[in-house]
Design a protein around this ligand. Structure first.
Ligand SMILES: [Zn+2]
Length: 402
């Protein structure tokens, strides 16, 4: 029923997550799965910091009036979960974070000196996807967007698009995704805003893409209802395409919300709004990573970086000490000193997706080292410090590899 790389099989097998019938389309992250989620979140956060974003957190549901103003009530309503409570009027769980970040922009009242004004959020959003379309982590009703909005002047658009694209391509490479196709999606049939605004938005985004050295393929009609977008499509090792990152240029929401900043001459100006995400959905990207790697995640991301196992229970105390030292160094280590054969414990670790196994027998106890092996690698004896260093190295951490 499942392919060997199906993330719906790997998730429970690797003890990462599962689903329950009472909460269709919503993930139960188990402790190792949450470790993985956090490692990915930390990698995204580092990129956000590099790009000078300020991180915020905003509420989960809002009164109808906000969605009417944003246009979501008319264009997105069938995907929105309505909330009934003590509120005097209708409300809905957020399907997007944009209006919340607009409120943040309004409160901050930045002047031209503070532009580009960049906000980011790991925003948990809900969408009423039909039950037949739900599919593991790929199609959920609740998911986490690595969402960001840039409020800037028209002449800052090019630099922002270039900076985002550069960062995104580098970010994808750190996961091993080198082949990335860029798609330019233009005005859809159903849209908000005047043709004049769309002409302007499309020409600015096209110019920005070309200034950033991108050669996008045109996808007419594929834009968001408020603006055109660039989509970044990566190819996995199974040869499948995944649209993950996106940057959208929006002149409609700034108009609907009458957004203003104080220009250099003291006059009020309308900002341009860029919606951007590196991954789109953290959950979906984890699904892509699992299928791409068939569960053998890169060491820096693996929830179980090292399994520490003693050959027999005679070395249990040493194994416990090594495990404690690895944990103290910040390594995601797991200890297995159960009275099972070593072979059985190592096989279980491989099925869980452990990156490295560190075995401690009498010889290792004598020389104060551990015998470490990665998948398909011959075991070699190293110090606990060298093992820690290898685990802590990675695209988003300082450190050296062996
Ligand atoms: Zn947005």
């Amino acid at each position: 029923m499942y392919d060997e790389y199906d993330h719906r099989k790997l998730g429970p097998q690797m003890d990462l997550f599962h689903f329950e019938e009472e909460a269709p389309g919503m993930v139960f992250w188990r402790p190792p799965g949450l470790e993985l989620f956090r490692a990915l979140e930390a990698a995204v956060r580092r990129q956000l910091e590099r790009d000078d974003f300020l991180e915020v957190r905003t509420p989960a549901f809002y009164r109808k009036s906000l969605w009417v103003q944003s246009g979501h009530w008319d264009n997105f309503r069938e995907l929105m979960f309505e909330v009934r409570g003590n509120e005097p009027d209708e409300a809905s769980l957020k399907p997007v974070n944009c209006p919340a970040h607009i409120r943040m922009f309004e409160r901050a009242r930045p002047s031209y000196r503070e532009l580009p004004f960049r906000l980011a959020e790991f925003g948990v959003v809900h969408r009423k996807e039909p039950s037949g379309s739900l599919f593991g982590l790929f199609r959920l009703r609740q998911f986490t967007q690595d969402d960001g909005h840039i409020f800037c002047s028209a002449d800052q658009v090019e630099a922002e698009v270039a900076r985002f694209s550069r960062g995104l391509l580098e970010f994808y490479r750190s996961f091993g995704f080198a082949a990335v196709e860029v798609v330019f999606s233009t005005r859809p049939e159903i849209r908000a805003g005047s043709d004049e605004a769309w002409n302007q938005a499309e020409s600015w985004l096209e110019a920005a893409a070309s200034a950033a050295g991108l050669r996008p393929r045109l996808q007419a009609g594929g834009g968001a209802f408020y603006g055109p977008k660039l989509e970044f499509v990566l190819k996995d090792r199974q040869g499948r395409d995944w649209q993950c990152g996106t940057i959208q240029l929006d002149l409609v929401l700034p108009e609907r919300f009458d957004l203003r900043y104080v220009g250099e001459d003291g006059g009020l100006r309308r900002p341009v709004m860029l919606h951007r995400a590196l991954l789109g959905s953290l959950e979906r990207f984890i699904g892509v990573l699992l299928e791409d790697s068939k569960g053998a995640l890169p060491l820096w991301l693996a929830p179980e970086q090292v399994l520490v196992a003693s050959v027999t229970q005679d070395q249990e105390a040493e194994a416990r000490a090594v495990h404690a030292r690895l944990l103290a160094a910040g390594v995601r280590s797991r200890l297995d000193v159960r009275a099972l054969t070593l072979g059985k414990r190592l096989r279980e670790a491989r099925l869980r997706g452990a990156s490295l196994v560190a075995v401690i027998g009498d010889e290792e106890v004598r020389c104060g080292e551990v015998a470490v092996a990665a998948r398909g690698e011959k075991s070699r004896r190293v110090s606990v410090e060298a093992l820690s260093e290898r685990c802590l190295a990675g695209p988003f951490r300082e450190g050296r590899c062996w």
